[in-house]
Design a protein around this ligand. Structure first.
Ligand code: ADP
Ligand code: MG
Length: 445
């Protein structure tokens, strides 16, 4: 069972992530529905707890057809005083599952670790940050709904949780729930199956603040959109705050119902762009401090400059360097950081191909790869095609004719024209530059 789980995980994760985080896990025992795992150190422990515990639990539960609980311990050799009691306890999956935070029984799933204090605001996210702050200070009276969008790992989940945490701090009695749209859907499905729809509706419609993360996942899911639509209306009409995040601008989410899209546009739409180098440095400093990692200035600078714009990845590399330093009991130096990340940095650059770019761009715009390669002149195809050409030039070493080849044998002048067009457009079209940013972030992550 564990072997099979590992195989599944390996399929889902990049080799680097799998090797760094999953491989070191040791299975201790499986006893009824309790799976005990052991990891070599505190870094891996906290990383797994925050990033992979759910995935592991879901994977093993699916394979074993039992809803397992996970307990993760740190292996005795590495254990320092006071770190023995850190089991990750998962609630068994019940038809309707609610995890409460603190004493207020009306707070669901908020992640306390994501606060405004720990969010670095820079030019890339200033707008979204300010809007989030405003909403947190005056829920339901400023921007409603607040729609935050941006690429993978750029801080959407952090920001939406920070809103909830700040509201809760000022209004301890408020009912606040944080749900990913997938979780919303799963709960809906369970409620339908167990004939508990009243309970489901009452729960969501009694919220003061509804935070829905990654709403793009409900696109194409008819029943979920329907239910979410009614929840939205009910809350909106009673002047409750709604915050939604997505990896795309509402108009660009394929399969999203028109009526939901238009509602998302009723309030404020704010984007998060890839962070600049200074912001990345500031984020690294905060994260290093949080994780007790002593990060020299030159290493901070090196990381901020050489690694993709995806903050989650940046954090991953920081933790990896921290883990290495802790395991070898040596201080972090630039040479060490380069050594630890050597393979990753090389692999990352080599990895991106035009095919991959075409796939990602097509998925972003909800069109077919073949349409990117075609010469159809529909507006809905021309822009994505030009974007794909532009990104191909940015992220691969291919020449104009080589790019032209991959786009159904187009002339190099067509490619040059497309790139110029996109460059000019991006300068004045925020939505476009955000799209390009989020596609790049997805490719570089
Ligand atoms: P997203 O939901 O957009 O994919 P997350 O909110 O999960 O991204 O962010 C990924 C990681 O990066 C989190 O650990 C988060 O704390 C961190 N992060 C992202 N942006 C910032 C920021 N501006 N300041 C501090 N941490 C950040
Ligand atoms: Mg997220």
């Amino acid at each position: 069972l564990w072997q099979e789980t590992l195989e599944q995980l390996e399929k889902h994760l990049t080799p680097q992530h799998y090797n760094t985080w999953i491989k070191p896990i040791r299975l201790v025992s499986i006893d009824k529905d309790l799976v005990r795992l052991e990891v070599p150190n505190r870094f891996i422990y906290s990383w797994i707890r925050d990033n992979y515990a759910d995935l592991i639990q879901e994977t093993i539960s699916t394979i074993g057809a039992v809803s397992y609980q996970l307990q993760i311990d740190i292996a005795p050799l590495q254990q320092k005083k006071g770190e023995t009691e850190l089991p990750v306890q998962q609630q068994p999956a019940e038809p309707v599952r609610a995890k409460t935070v603190g004493k207020n029984p009306g707070v669901y799933n908020l992640n306390k670790k994501y606060t405004f204090d720990e969010f670095v605001s820079g030019s890339s996210n200033q707008f979204a940050y300010a809007a989030a702050r405003a909403v947190a200070t005056n829920p339901a009276t400023t921007y409603n709904p607040l729609f935050i969008y941006g690429g993978v790992g750029l801080g959407k989940t952090h920001l939406i949780n920070a809103i909830g945490n700040a509201i809760l701090q000022n209004n301890p009695e408020m009912r606040i729930c944080y749900y990913t749209s997938e979780k919303f859907m799963n709960e809906l499905i369970n409620s339908l199956r167990y004939a508990k729809m009243d309970e489901f509706r009452n729960k969501f419609r009694s919220m003061d603040v509804l935070l829905i993360d990654d709403v793009q996942f409900i696109a194409g899911k008819e029943r979920t959109q329907e239910e979410f639509f009614h929840t939205f209306n009910s809350l909106y009409e009673s002047h409750k705050q709604i915050v939604v995040t997505s990896d795309k601008f509402p108009k660009e989410i394929p399969g999203l119902e028109e009526r939901l899209r238009s509602r998302f546009e009723w309030g404020l739409i704010a984007d998060i762009q890839a962070p600049d180098v200074e912001t990345k440095q500031a984020i690294l400093k905060i994260k290093a401090e949080q994780n007790g990692i002593d990060l020299p200035e030159n290493v901070t600078f090196f990381l901020a400059n050489s690694i993709s714009s995806n903050v989650r990845e940046l954090e991953g590399y920081l933790i990896r360097i921290g883990a290495y330093a802790s395991l070898t009991a040596t201080p972090i130096t630039l040479a060490m950081a380069k050594e630890v990340l050597k393979n990753i940095l090389v692999e990352k650059r080599r990895e991106i191909s035009i095919e991959e770019i075409q796939k990602t761009v097509a998925a972003h715009y909800g069109i077919k790869v073949s349409d990117l390669k075609s010469s159809k002149r529909l507006k809905a195809l021309v822009l994505p095609r030009q974007v794909a050409m532009y990104i191909s030039r940015q992220l691969t070493p291919c020449s104009y004719p080589e790019i032209g080849d991959k786009f159904g044998g187009k002339d190099h002048s067509t490619i040059i024209h497309a790139i110029k067009k996109i460059e000019a457009k991006m300068a004045e079209d925020m939505q476009l530059s955000a799209s390009v940013g989020s596609i790049r972030a997805a490719l570089e992550s």
